[in-house]
Design a protein around this ligand. Structure first.
Ligand code: BGC
Length: 285
């Protein structure tokens, strides 16, 4: 039996990320890839053989470190500064990617942030910031990626699909979250944006899916896990009894981006240790 303190620093005991080069020859863009889930996903895509654009908005050094890590696995990578909520910056990011890598096969729309506030105190700026980065940013990147997928079409030696989009959502596309109405609204929006795009684009052999992480140990939610009290409280919401690690999401992303999931279209894959299972009802109700 480990104590909660030991648990809070323990890492996942799940197996290492799959080594086969499932994504060999593919070109990937991961937004918000300089930290947290995006960093884990970008490194895993590189390990799976994809060349990766590491997007960031702040934190150039961290982005460059991710690039170096990806290069260790033999893939190409470079860092790209761009605010995903800026139409011009997104356009410039895709123009450069096509110039450097020739095309895009995989978009992981991961960039996201929180600006938490009680609803009666939430400023319009806090509301707009979260919606524009988390939701509009995913729209802008998807629009640009789909344009390139349609132009290029399927290249059978690379993938069965003309392109893959993975929208990073959250358990809060389902679970209402008081004090975070802007964030939950953005994730609820991602759900129907993803499903609508998936329905529209499946006939073009473009697969659009989402991952809904639960509580993952990243900088976005440090206060939820960095003390014993916080970690213990968090665990009342996680039936599986541990916090998630970025690698838990990275494994799911590699699979969803690969032809291993070729018949998976318009699905949200919850990677949450059971957080969406209403754990309070295990003993209550
Ligand atoms: C949020 C985290 C939170 C988790 C579970 C995520 O989408 O960004 O702050 O810990 O959901 O509630």
């Amino acid at each position: 039996m480990t104590s909660p303190t030991e648990q809070s620093t323990a890492v996942s005991t799940a197996p290492p990320i799959a080594v086969p080069k499932l994504l060999y020859g593919q070109k990937a863009l991961v937004t918000g890839a300089n930290s947290g889930i995006g960093k884990g996903v970008a490194i895993a895509l590189g390990q799976a053989g994809a060349d990766v654009v590491v997007n960031y908005v702040d934190g150039e050094d961290a982005a460059n470190a991710v690039v170096e890590e990806i290069k260790k696995s033999g893939a190409l990578a470079y860092a790209q500064q761009a605010d995903v909520s800026s139409e011009d910056q997104v356009a410039a990011m895709f123009t450069r990617m096509v110039k450097e890598f020739g095309t895009i096969d995989i978009l992981v729309s991961n960039a996201g942030l929180q600006r938490d506030s009680a609803i009666h105190e939430m400023t319009l700026e806090e509301w707009n910031k979260v919606l524009s980065v988390n939701l509009t940013g995913q729209f802008l990147c998807a629009r640009a990626a789909v344009g390139e997928f349609l132009r290029r079409g399927v290249v059978p030696s690379i993938s069965s699909a003309a392109g893959k989009i993975i929208c990073m959502s959250s358990v809060h596309q389902e679970i209402p979250w008081g004090g975070h109405a802007n964030y939950a609204t953005s994730k609820g929006g991602i759900k129907l944006m993803m499903e609508s795009m998936a329905q529209e684009l499946a006939p073009k052999r473009i697969r659009v899916n989402a991952i809904a992480p639960g509580a993952i140990r990243t900088p976005i939610n440090t206060t939820a896990w960095d003390t014993k009290e916080a970690y213990d409280a968090l665990m009342t919401l996680v039936p599986y009894g541990r916090i998630g690690e970025p690698e838990d999401i990275a494994r799911a992303a590699v699979w969803l981006a690969s032809d291993q999931s070729d018949y998976v279209v318009g699905t949200t894959l919850f990677v949450d240790g059971g957080m969406t299972l209403y754990p309070g009802f295990a003993t209550g109700g």
